[in-house]
Design a protein. Structure first.
Length: 155
């Protein structure tokens, strides 16, 4: 069993009947991040590296679940390596969230466009006295329509 799996087993499932307060989750996440940062400092990581990687993780900490933080905190990769890994993971999770938001926005735009099309079609049907719209050729007077059809059939 990997350290990640061990860390994941220690935290109750999301479907667990015990629901944690969001502030408690945030507090736990920050505590776990602090332990990872302290381990990095103890390993001799530079302040610049800790600020860089720790800052990136902290900026996206709301995207990470405590399970992920606990897995790194409990693993042998606690220090700067753990911070780098968490930073990459947080960036990935964040970009997936951004793409999902863009997809939702595109779907909403398409739904609005479809609704506008339906409204314009209803307005056209009402304008035609309840009849569905017909092709332009059918709307020409019979004499012109026959002439136009004759020209097309005799090249």
């Amino acid at each position: 069993m990997t350290n990640f799996e061990k860390g994941a087993q220690e935290v109750p499932d999301e479907e667990s009947p015990v629901e944690k307060d969001p502030k408690e989750i945030e507090r736990e996440s920050r505590h776990l991040l602090s332990s990872i940062v302290l381990k990095a400092r103890d390993e001799g990581a530079s302040v610049a590296d800790i600020n860089k990687w720790g800052g990136e993780v902290l900026a996206r900490i709301d995207k990470l679940h405590p399970i992920e933080l606990r897995a790194v905190s409990d693993s042998e990769k606690k220090g700067i390596e753990g911070l780098e890994m968490l930073s990459d993971y947080a960036e990935l999770v964040s970009s997936i969230g951004d793409e999902a938001r863009e997809i939702r926005e595109t779907i909403e735009e398409m739904e609005r466009a479809i609704e506008l099309f339906k409204e314009s079609r209803r307005a056209l049907v009402e304008k035609n006295g309840g009849l569905p719209p017909t092709p332009e050729l059918d709307q020409l007077p019979t004499k012109e329509r026959n002439k136009d059809v004759g020209e097309k059939s005799n090249p």
